[in-house]
Ligand binder design. Structure first.
Ligand code: 5GP
Ligand code: ZN
Length: 119
């Protein structure tokens, strides 16, 4: 069923604690944890507890939870004190854009200069 945990999904296993992660924030609908291969001093992933393949699919099915992900991303930035200098929220969508884990997730990047446009 839509949103149900997927047995082969890495991020569903982080939600269920089968795989450990450095969790920085949690809400009823989201989990935020540090990326295992950080690309900036702050690099946190915010994921919905429910499984959808990407951010657009999540937003179409569960707009309230998509909003929760965005609000939690801002809270992560404030918690790491990168909100003052600026931070970036990225949703890689599709293999061609670099998506490797097909459970919707926001990357929150900050704590260094961020080029625009990104590569
Ligand atoms: P994507 O490439 O799909 O946009 O982002 C997936 C992210 O998940 C990558 O930045 C990658 O470093 C991170 N990642 C992959 N496996 C793990 C893991 O087991 N733990 C954590 N904390 N991050 C992971
Ligand atoms: Zn999943």
């Amino acid at each position: 069923m839509a949103g149900e945990p997927q047995a082969d999904c890495l991020f569903c296993k982080i939600v269920s604690r089968e795989i450990p992660a450095t969790i920085v924030r949690e809400s009823d609908t989201t989990v935020a944890f540090r990326d295992i291969n950080p690309q900036a001093p702050t690099h946190v992933l915010v994921i919905p507890r429910v499984h959808y393949a990407d951010a657009g699919t999540l937003a179409a099915a569960e707009p309230g939870i998509a909003a929760d992900v965005l609000r939690e991303a801002a809270a992560v930035a404030a918690g790491d004190r990168v909100d003052g200098t600026g931070y970036r929220v990225v949703f890689n969508t599709g293999v061609g854009a670099g998506q490797t884990v097909f459970h919707a997730h926001a990357h929150v990047l900050g704590g260094r200069g961020l080029e625009w446009p990104p590569g």
